[in-house]
Design a protein around this ligand. Structure first.
Ligand code: NAP
Ligand code: ZN
Length: 399
């Protein structure tokens, strides 16, 4: 594969068109005449007003998951109705379900890696038809007009992005509910085209884990032969290894789990190093062009920042709480850059899906039933996921 990762990149022109569609959509009266505006509704009676959907959610930080009913809005002119088949389990779901970042509004239905089949489309929808596969990542709305939205950065919307769950729902009121559910209604701009015939369950995690690790590689322009380190081999980390290897970068994994060392190499890393290996840290000082940290909580980062080359960048995507132990002196002497990064925009999410589909890149997944979510969360926290749990919503509907 060549260093040009832009072969799947929508042109600036087509990106703009997608964006303008989104901008119009933000202002569209999604509920007015919604029933009439559905062009191809398989169950039009359910689509005239908000309707009830089976979901799996939690009513408190330690309450555990249970089936519940939630409301979905009627399908508006620019909306699609997706019958969900798969929902990935991201560590962010755990942070939020457990109120680890702030007090979460309950009930909470997580899930922001969502794939399913389009079962109805609004009259003005052009991106999808009934029967297509669609994905939803971490966002379901943004203003579409601010400078960040206009730059395809809806995740950084200056008016406030509406995230897929636990975010104020501008249409229905209340909070948004995510993918651990049987159906979702979403504006077409925020739905991602999924390739037909692909291994959709294993592509599902790309909608968050994929774009979150792809975006820094794009932004900091990771090139073939450059050296990238990935810290933490979990859901995001293992996709980062695959994406780095696909770019023909030299990938090094830093893991706390000895049993993952061989796996890291199978996934495409040249080397995997235990955090306890001080000799390796000494050997790799001033070595990396880019470091991506996916560790889910704060830890002393400076010993990793020291491994950057002059002018190189450490991108933290994992620890979203207060950071620990950065040395102003060491950052200055090595002119190191420390950065954060949040998922990616809609165009970039489509790009990573297309990029991975073209190269057969998928996540390593373990399919679970909805009644196994609590157990899966415990295993993720124990660093015992290989490497992403995906809830098999389709199978649970048949059961
Ligand atoms: P994950 O599957 O749990 O993977 C995290 C990995 O980090 C673990 O497998 C483990 O790898 C390592 N790790 C875990 N706890 C650790 C600790 N206390 N000290 C050192 N290493 C530890 O999680 P994920 O789904 O990949 O998500 C990772 C983080 O990214 C989460 O905090 C999540 O909220 C965040 N996130 C951010 C964005 C964004 O846009 N910025 C998007 C999605 C997720 P080893 O066993 O290899 O050490
Ligand atoms: Zn996520």
């Amino acid at each position: 594969m060549s260093e040009k990762t832009s072969d799947a990149t929508p042109s600036a022109m087509s990106r703009r068109k997608v964006l303008m569609a989104g901008a119009g959509l933000a202002a569209a009266p999604l509920l007015s005449g919604a029933g009439e505006s559905v062009a191809q509704a398989s169950e039009p009676a359910q689509l005239k007003g908000p309707f009830s959907v089976r979901a799996y959610g939690t009513k408190g930080a330690r309450a555990g998951f249970a089936p519940m009913q939630i409301q979905r809005r009627a399908v508006g002119p620019k909306d699609v109705l997706i019958d969900i088949e798969y929902a990935g389990v991201c560590h962010s779901d755990i942070h939020i379900a457990h109120s680890e970042w702030s007090e979460t509004p309950y009930p909470c239905v997580p899930g922001h890696e969502i794939v399913g089949k389009v079962s109805a489309v609004g009259a003005q929808v052009s991106k999808f038809k009934v029967g297509d596969y669609a994905g939803v990542g971490c966002m379901v709305d943004a203003c579409g007009n601010c400078e960040n939205c206009l730059a395809d950065r809806e995740q950084n919307c200056l008016e406030g992005t509406t995230f897929t769950y636990a975010s104020p729902d501008k249409v229905l009121g209340g909070m948004t509910y995510g993918g651990y559910s049987e159906r979702i209604v979403v504006a077409e701009h925020f739905a991602i085209r999924m390739p037909s015939g692909a291994n959709l369950a294993a592509m599902t995690p790309l909608l968050c884990a994929g774009v979150t690790t792809f975006s820094p590689m794009q932004h900091w322009n990771l090139k073939p032969g450059q050296k990238v380190a990935v810290i933490g081999l979990g859901g995001l980390g293992h996709v980062a290894v695959k994406l780095g290897a696909a770019r023909r970068a030299e990938v090094t994994v830093f893991t706390t789990t000895a049993s993952k060392v061989q796996d890291a190499k199978r996934l495409g890393a040249g080397e995997a190093i235990l955090w306890s290996d001080e000799a390796a840290f000494a050997r790799l000082a001033n070595h990396f062009d880019l470091i991506i940290s996916t560790v889910p909580q704060a830890y002393p980062m400076q010993r990793f920042v020291n491994l950057l080359k002059l002018d190189a960048t450490f991108v933290n995507v994992g620890a979203l709480d207060d950071l620990q132990g950065l040395s102003g002196m060491l950052m200055a002497f090595g002119r190191k850059t420390f950065a954060g990064s949040l998922i990616g925009g809609i165009a970039e999410t489509q790009e990573v899906i297309d990029y991975c589909a073209a190269r057969n890149i998928t996540a390593d997944i373990e399919l679970i039933n909805p009644d196994e979510i609590d157990r899966a969360y415990a295993r993720v926290v124990d660093k015992d996921v290989r490497y992403r749990f995906v809830v098999d919503i389709a199978a649970s509907k048949r059961a």
